[in-house]
Design a binder for this molecule. Structure first.
Ligand code: ADP
Ligand code: ADP
Length: 243
């Protein structure tokens, strides 16, 4: 059974000139433990699709047709409480710029434990210990708990964002151009470490990028979008090498 199953999903933007269909009739599944790559030129609908999965798309976008099934459960009709649980405990999102998802005036330790305290019934001490352990997991020294985002390098900030994404042990991590702002060496380091964690914990990844060489290395299957449609979906080697 797929972890996530999108069926005939359509997402529209309401603009003064009428509706713009950003995601057009996309059907795809994400299997437990797999990395699904999603590629395609800028503006083809990748980010809109990614946000829509967790129903985090922003106005004026609206999901106009289709189904989003998570472990067989309909995400589009989930009541508020279940949706909150789904967003935080089942799925997490990592975006391109770590600066956009980290709060500049709060230490990274506080941001990490805030997530834990808000969603888990644990003590402050346990949350702190777990925060330190998560930082170690992504290759950051625990003494950095008291650092502010601007005191870290870009690569370290992105590691923190990944640590926060992993904090609640999600089954699916959606990454939209997660390493685009970083240099190639740092990017590879972070992806290698993420893959070690993936091997250990068995989560699935939806990896959105325009970097096809990186995607070819890390994805099990790749989908290609064009003008809102999914025009190709298959094992990485089949998508890349047409005989
Ligand atoms: P990608 O992530 O592949 O670059 P997007 O999902 O960002 O693509 O955009 C898909 C389409 O939706 C594009 O045509 C884009 O112009 C349009 N779009 C994105 N955001 C908005 C918005 N806030 N209002 C209107 N149209 C938008
Ligand atoms: P410890 O459990 O002693 O903190 P581990 O090395 O076993 O150390 O794990 C590191 C951290 O990564 C743990 O807090 C673990 O719960 C967390 N973790 C991150 N992502 C996941 C996930 N998807 N599933 C389970 N645990 C995860």
């Amino acid at each position: 059974e797929p972890l996530l199953d999108l069926r005939n999903l359509c997402v529209d933007y309401v603009s003064p000139n009428g509706m713009v269909r950003a995601v057009n009739n996309v059907s795809l599944d994400i299997r437990p433990g797999e990395t699904l790559g999603l590629a395609g030129e800028s503006g083809c609908g990748k980010s809109t699709l990614a946000f829509s999965i967790a129903r985090l798309h922003k106005a004026p976008a609206l999901i106009s047709e289709g189904e989003i099934l998570y472990q067989g459960q309909d995400v589009l009709s989930m009541p508020k409480k279940a949706l909150r649980q789904f967003r935080w405990n089942e799925v997490s999102l990592v975006f391109q710029s770590a600066m956009n998802s980290l709060n500049p005036v709060i230490t990274i330790g506080e941001q990490l434990i805030d997530v834990l305290l808000a969603h888990r019934k644990i003590s402050m001490d346990d949350a702190w210990a777990r925060g330190e352990s998560l930082l170690k997991t992504v290759g950051i020294h625990p003494s950095r708990m008291s650092s502010f985002p601007h005191q870290l390098s870009g690569g370290m900030r992105q590691r923190v964002v990944i640590a926060i994404a992993l904090a609640l042990e999600p089954k699916l991590i959606i990454m939209d151009e997660p390493t685009t702002a970083l240099d190639v060496v740092v990017e590879r380091e972070i992806m290698d470490e993420l893959y070690q964690l993936k091997d250990r914990f068995g989560f699935s990844i939806l990896f959105i990028s325009h970097d096809l060489s990186l995607m070819g290395e890390i994805a099990d299957r790749i989908g290609i979008m064009y003008a809102g449609k999914l025009v190709e979906l298959g094992p990485s080697k089949d998508v890349f090498y047409h005989p």
